[in-house]
Design a protein around this ligand. Structure first.
Ligand code: UTP
Length: 469
């Protein structure tokens, strides 16, 4: 009995039933191995979801823009600098949570880094301006610093996707997990989804494979549970996850203030935000939509909302989302118990795939993702903390220009230069329009205060009266 023929008939039936028969057009020219590969992928498709996504994509653009939103109640930078009682109490609570090992790290690194256009995972991209350290290494050194500070072993959950999982694991292995114990670095993969053309047909990457793309960082919540990571975190005594993205080398995943505010409020999912730089900065803002916390995308805001000002004359909707969250483990368990239905976001773009005539071509298509910030609306309590953009947000998105490795490196140098000057060090004058190349190891210090504290108490003096250590 020829099982391939039987399988093919089953698959044919399946594809006809779900209006995707074009997938069989290439079949005749495939080798037996390729047929197996393709039929396995087809058998794994969720046709009900594909049909829903196809319809959603066709309707896209007909949504109303968000009209009734309120700014979130935010713990402002000003309050943090004033060190209010709430801030001081949160710092001590956060310190207790971190020192007790109740905070686990959740890094999402499953994206495709299309705009950066690097070979391999974005986390391997070198951004350390002096050290040349990769994004992964900078994050790892912050976790090492946390472990060292409190004598703990923090689990680091790293989400990859099928597309970069093996490469990511190879990089960690080749670097001895950047000094972290291998049992404490736990990889898990998110799901992949087929890309569709504008009529809802599943696209082929080549003759024997479907065009699959990661299902968005929102996929981290469900994958965290289905991979067994949530049970692992529980068994280690973790109650809160510090969630961050791979592409921000300034992220502070072990910030006692943020963790403390989240825990003291009994919050389920909290966020850090930065002030939008201008009304037309293309960043999502946090806000209350019908009383529920959410992130409103720039493209969903009317010009009026974008430019609205408050009583003080500053932007009303200015809480720019930087994708840094504290999430309680019990909350993840609760929202994934049953089907977690985060809204789908559709990206219409040109996709390089196998065209209907069998050539490789750019086809107008759609990719579908869920976003983690949409889970904010499911939380009963949520804290929003404003942080200093210059100190905590340097996204690496594009190859050049804004939000690129160069801007991130310059920001790191500027920040660390400031710490050095505040600590009394003298730096050479920067070249015109540039910054002094300086980088402080996260293992040494996490902010200006800890940097000052780690310098010897008495500086020495040069002949011309300059102080140095
Ligand atoms: P972005 O949306 O900026 O995507 O991801 P990206 O892959 O880094 O870059 P582009 O858009 O293709 O140019 C923000 C963060 O979310 C992660 C990314 O790895 C990054 O840390 N992410 C994104 C995932 O983990 N999975 C996804 O499906 C999408």
């Amino acid at each position: 009995m020829n099982t391939t023929i039987l399988e093919k008939e089953d698959i044919q039936e399946l594809l006809i039933k779900h209006s995707q028969p074009h997938l069989l057009e290439v079949w005749a020219s495939l080798s037996e191995d390729s047929k197996d590969l393709l039929s396995d992928q087809i058998a794994a498709l969720d046709f009900k979801l594909i049909s829903e996504l196809g319809e959603l994509g066709k309707m896209m653009g007909s949504d109303d823009t968000a009209s009734s939103i309120l700014p979130p109640d935010t713990v402002t930078l000003d309050e943090v600098e004033r060190k209010s009682d709430r801030v001081l109490s949160a710092i001590s609570r956060g310190t207790i949570e971190l020192a007790a090992g109740r905070v686990g790290m959740l890094l999402v690194a499953g994206g495709q880094a299309t705009r950066l256009g690097c070979d391999g995972p974005k986390g391997d991209f070198p951004v350390g301006p002096v050290s040349g350290w990769s994004l992964f290494e900078i994050h790892a050194r912050r976790i090492l610093a946390l472990n060292k500070r409190y004598g703990i072993r923090t689990p680091w959950y790293v989400m990859t996707s099928q597309a970069n999982d093996q490469q990511t694991k190879n990089i960690f292995e080749a670097n001895d997990n950047f000094g972290l114990p291998s049992e404490d670095v736990v990889f898990f993969t998110q799901k992949m989804l087929p890309a569709l053309d504008l009529a809802g047909n599943v696209l082929l990457k080549d003759k024997s494979s479907l065009f699959l793309a990661p299902n968005g960082h929102g996929g981290s919540l469900e994958a965290f549970v289905s991979s067994g990571c949530l049970d692992d975190a529980k068994s280690r005594g973790v109650t809160t996850l510090s969630y961050f993205q791979v592409d921000n080398p300034l992220v502070r995943p072990a910030d006692p203030l943020f963790i403390g505010l989240h825990c003291e409020a009994g919050a389920q999912m909290s966020s850090k935000v930065v002030q939008k730089s201008s009304a037309d900065e293309k960043v999502g803002v946090l806000g209350l939509v019908n009383g529920k916390m959410g992130c409103i995308e720039y493209s969903d805001m009317s010009t009026e909302l974008l430019n609205a000002v408050n009583d003080q004359g500053s932007l009303k909707f200015s809480a720019g989302n930087i994708a840094v969250h504290a999430i309680s483990i019990d909350f993840i368990r609760e929202i994934t118990d049953g089907e977690l239905r985060l809204p789908w976001h559709v990206a219409k773009k040109q996709i390089s795939c196998l065209s209907p005539n069998g050539d490789q071509a750019l086809v107008d298509g759609m990719k579908f993702e869920t976003f983690v910030f949409d889970a904010l609306g499911l939380a009963n309590e949520s804290i929003t903390l404003e942080v200093d953009r210059a100190a905590e947000f340097a996204p690496v998105k594009n190859r050049e220009g804004n939000d690129s490795p160069d801007t991130a490196r310059a920001q790191l140098c500027a920040l660390h230069g400031r710490w050095a000057i505040e600590a009394g060090l003298t730096l050479p004058a920067p070249e015109e329009g540039g910054v002094v190349a300086i980088e402080i190891d996260p293992l040494l210090a996490e902010d200006a205060e800890s940097f000052r504290a780690c310098l010897p108490r008495t500086p020495l003096e040069t002949d011309d009266g300059q102080l140095y250590y």
